[in-house]
Write a protein that binds this ligand. Structure first.
Ligand SMILES: C[S@@+](CC[C@H](N)C(=O)[O-])C[C@H]1O[C@@H](n2cnc3c(N)ncnc32)[C@H](O)[C@@H]1O
Length: 843
């Protein structure tokens, strides 16, 4: 199947094409497929390249998520990750079992901010439904934030996505942008919104302008530049009988698609917003449809950033079965997991607990699979991790369930739970979100629902996605009770701790890699606290030593790369060049994320280590610990950014990377402290630069490591710290190489300095050489006007301390220089020299 044959035009989306000709046509229309003659060859199609008919096999592998780049083979890392996943499924299941007693997670608005390192995306979905009479004051906001601080902005932008459907009285945040590469959007005032953002240079630029005034048709203009980051769209629509038939178009991200608002049709507000967003991949649809005066229906399909998809179906009347699903799929970097399922009544918003085993969709999907799964089942399992994979029966089950539920008055929570449980117990892996979504894209079914919903009592099913709060099972085998999180504008809110994902340590593509999200501070009211001071002055802290003691810790030098004027381009180690996108010769990077750890983990550095790596004693004698690969790693795998404390003064810890801004030294990232750093602190320096197998480079303020060549299993990862540090470690010996060796690094240091560039500099000036750096320093003053040695009696200043010493004798009575011929004594040696010449007749 050719990609062009894909019916849905939406990557990574699985569809079951209706068999019935009419339904099929309607479906094709609903997905905006222009050529209605399109006849799919199979019942089930996935448009993700050639991914046909659902089930992955070796011949029909799950495509590596293709963010508009080239397609790559499954990497060995992924293979290991598969095993890892299987193990995790077990762990998750156990945990789930132990967690079933926990409180149901019910929130009206879902809010998730990512927390620890490696976090990526936070999504906010508000399930608040809009009624037609509320539209005037309500907004549909889709807010995608990219954020803060270099380590977030660095690399492949992290993004926080917030999707909000907000009631009129709810407050939007305001918009602020931040320094550096960063951007924070906040919106204030739902009814009155006036925003004007411009964002900084580089390809992270964004321009968003939204204006919104009460009772006026909103105008929005969203333009966006380069293809990496964000969308910020605010939609406010009004019903205004006097309003002209405004047709506002939101030209959104990447110029892919537009959003149209047609607020005055049929006296009922109908909008169809369709955003194609980020990277040309993500698509976001907001369809707002009004069936009649009293019925307001929205269908949101948010395929959010970076190949992460949030599929949402939102059918929103109190008396319609409202299914809102959120599902992440497609990208190996997916960080969103549907892990919460909430049922509540539409009218009262009362929480209705549901079978807690459904809280984590992924777990639910896989919990039927035994450890000794067959290859096929394993593939299926894997697929389910990335894609929702329904079987025909299963679809049928779900559709039947939903329809049955709707038609037979879904007023009992037990009904629903029972249905869900039924679906589970029929042996089919349950993939709720998929099926909900599948269900949602079938307009006929929707219509049925809408029509039949009048009799239904209105039960909302929401599946929320949440990223984060994951505990590393390494040291936290069980999960705590759900943590209560008060959401702004919401009276209740619990966010379930996220179960570890089978996608952990997944390999992702570079252009959409998510890094750490902003650590946003909220005050008691949930209002964003102003910027935290970013640059920390170096503070003395307890040195955290590794289990292995290193020979010498006090390094004057730090790890350093040649400064570049602009670190907004990706560096290709093979070409030794920067590129504004992927290297045309070597293609995109794959990215392995750090493992996430909870905030405050004192051993964060160790626990962030991806599964494919190991920390153990280095093969380099005296180097302490090092990082080894547990599997074969291919070239162009990227890690990072290097984490640590941001300091402005080099602490000489031996763990500092120098960071530049606009070509000038800006600050250091010091990974001395294990609680604030990541595993990258353990990577040692190669003995020769040519021996390095990973290359370090700065990208958007962060230091990244990338494999430069294939690394075999068991091999140590070695980077080059830069010449200066390497010299200090005795790894570089310049010309006049000596074979000096010493047990004392202090001696070695002195010795090494003999080979430093300082000596070369001096030679260029006067040709004189010195053995000791102190002598050289003294000597260099000859070439400068610096006179640091000042006489306290008369104020005369000297370049060298010896000269001052001589001078001081002028002010003293001491005459140490005595003529051996006549016995006359002098204060200065040069006076004696001059005098002696009188005796010898020498001129
Ligand atoms: C960033 S740390 C690397 C991790 C360190 N091995 C550990 O155990 O914590 C840098 C320190 O490791 C040691 N080191 C790294 N590469 C080395 C090498 N090639 N030879 C000697 N020591 C090395 C030096 O002490 C250096 O200051």
């Amino acid at each position: 199947m050719q990609h062009k044959d894909c019916p849905c035009l939406q990557p990574f989306r699985f569809h079951c094409i209706p068999k019935d000709e009419d339904m099929r046509m309607a479906w094709i229309k609903s997905i905006n497929r222009k050529d209605l003659k399109f006849k799919p060859s199979s019942k089930s199609l996935v448009c993700s390249l050639h991914f046909l008919d659902g089930r992955p096999t070796n011949q029909n592998p799950i495509p590596v998520v293709n963010m508009g780049m080239t397609r790559t083979q499954k990497s060995p890392v992924l293979a290991t990750s598969k095993k890892y996943k299987r193990r995790k499924v077990e762990a998750e299941r156990n945990t789930m079992e132990s967690d079933t007693g926990s409180e149901s997670a019910i929130i009206k608005t879902f809010y998730s901010t990512t927390q620890t390192s490696g976090n990526t995306l936070s999504a906010r979905l508000s399930g608040k439904t809009l009624k037609s009479d509320q539209t005037l004051d309500n907004s549909v906001c889709v807010k995608v934030e990219t954020d803060e601080w270099y380590n977030t902005a660095a690399g492949f932008y992290s993004a926080s996505a917030k999707l909000e459907q907000v009631q009129g009285d709810e407050i939007h945040s305001d918009c602020n942008k931040q320094d550096g590469f960063n951007l924070i959007h906040e919106q204030t005032g739902c009814l009155r919104l006036d925003q004007d953002y411009t964002k900084q240079a580089g390809f992270t630029t964004e321009c968003v302008k939204s204006e919104q005034t009460e009772c006026e048709v909103m105008h929005q203009d969203v333009t966006r530049q380069a293809c990496v980051n964000y969308v910020c769209v605010n939609t406010k629509t009004t019903i205004n009988s006097n309003a002209n038939t405004a047709h506002d178009e939101l030209h959104s991200v990447c110029g892919k698609k537009k959003q149209s608002l047609n607020p005055n049709t049929d006296r009922i507000y109908i909008t169809t917003n369709s955003f194609k967003s980020v990277c040309g991949k993500a698509k976001q649809d907001i369809n707002t449809d009004t069936v009649n005066e009293n019925t307001f229906r929205t269908a949101n399909d948010h395929n959010s950033l970076c190949g992460k998809r949030i599929w949402t179906y939102h059918s929103a009347t109190p008396d319609i079965l409202n299914v809102q699903t959120a599902h992440s799929s497609g990208s190996r970097s997916c960080s969103l997991l549907p892990n919460m399922m909430t049922v509540y009544s539409a009218d009262q918003h009362l929480p209705i607990p549901i079978n807690s085993s459904l809280h984590a969709n992924e777990s639910a999907c896989t919990s039927n699979v035994k450890t000794d799964v067959s290859k096929e089942a394993d593939d299926r399992l894997l697929l389910q991790s990335w894609y929702a994979l329904p079987s025909e029966n299963h679809i049928h089950t779900i559709e039947r369930r939903v329809i049955d539920d709707t038609t037979s008055s879904l007023n009992s929570k037990s009904n629903l739970s029972q249905n869900i449980t039924e679906s589970q117990s029929n042996g089919m892996p349950l993939s709720v979100s998929f099926n909900m979504e599948e269900f949602a894209v079938t307009p006929e079914v929707n219509s049925n629902l809408a029509a039949e919903s009048v009799e239904s009592s209105g039960i909302f099913v929401e599946i929320f996605i949440e990223r984060n709060k994951r505990k590393s099972e390494i040291y936290q085998p069980t999960y705590p009770s759900p943590k209560r999180v008060r959401c702004q504008g919401s009276s209740r809110g619990i966010v379930q701790p996220r179960m570890p994902s089978a996608r952990d340590n997944a390999v992702t593509r570079t252009d959409c890699i998510d890094l750490k999200s902003a650590k946003i501070k909220l005050d008691a009211e949930g209002v964003r606290v102003k910027k935290v001071k970013r640059m920390k002055e170096a503070k003395t802290q307890e040195k955290v030593t590794t289990d292995f003691s290193l020979q010498e810790r006090n390094h004057a030098s730090c790890m350093n790369k040649e400064p570049r004027d602009n670190d907004h381009f990706l560096y290709c180690g093979e070409c030794n060049k920067d590129f504004k996108g992927d290297c045309p010769a070597h293609g995109p990077y794959n990215y392995i994320q750090d493992k996430e750890v909870p905030e405050g983990d004192p051993l964060k550095a160790d626990h962030t280590l991806p599964d494919c790596l190991d920390i153990k004693s280095s093969k380099i004698v005296g180097a302490g610990l090092g990082v080894f690969s547990k599997v074969a790693l291919e070239s162009r795998i990227m890690f990072g950014p290097y984490e640590g404390d941001i300091i402005t003064v080099n602490q000489k810890s031996g763990y500092c990377w120098q960071v530049y801004k606009e070509g000038k030294a800006s600050h250091f990232v010091d990974a001395q402290n294990k609680a604030t750093s990541n595993w990258m602190r353990y990577v040692n320096c190669a003995m020769k630069e040519a021996d390095k197998n990973i290359v370090a480079f700065q990208y958007k303020g962060g230091i990244y490591y990338c494999t430069l060549k294939p690394i075999s299993s068991g091999e140590e990862l070695l980077v080059w710290y830069g010449d200066e540090f390497a010299r200090e470690l005795g790894l570089i010996r310049d010309d006049n190489l000596c074979s000096y060796s010493s047990k004392s690094s202090g001696h070695l240091k002195t010795r090494t300095k003999k080979h430093t560039g300082e000596r070369q500099l001096k030679r260029e000036l006067c040709g004189e050489t010195f053995k000791q750096s102190g002598h050289l320093t003294d000597h260099m003053r000859i070439h400068t006007e610096e006179r640091p040695f000042k006489c306290e009696v008369c104020g005369e200043a000297f370049k060298q301390s010896g000269h001052l010493k001589d001078h001081m004798r002028i002010h003293a009575e001491e005459r140490p220089y005595k003529c051996e011929v006549c016995g006359y004594a002098f204060k200065m040696s040069r006076h004696l020299t001059r005098h002696v010449k009188k005796h010898t007749g020498e001129r």
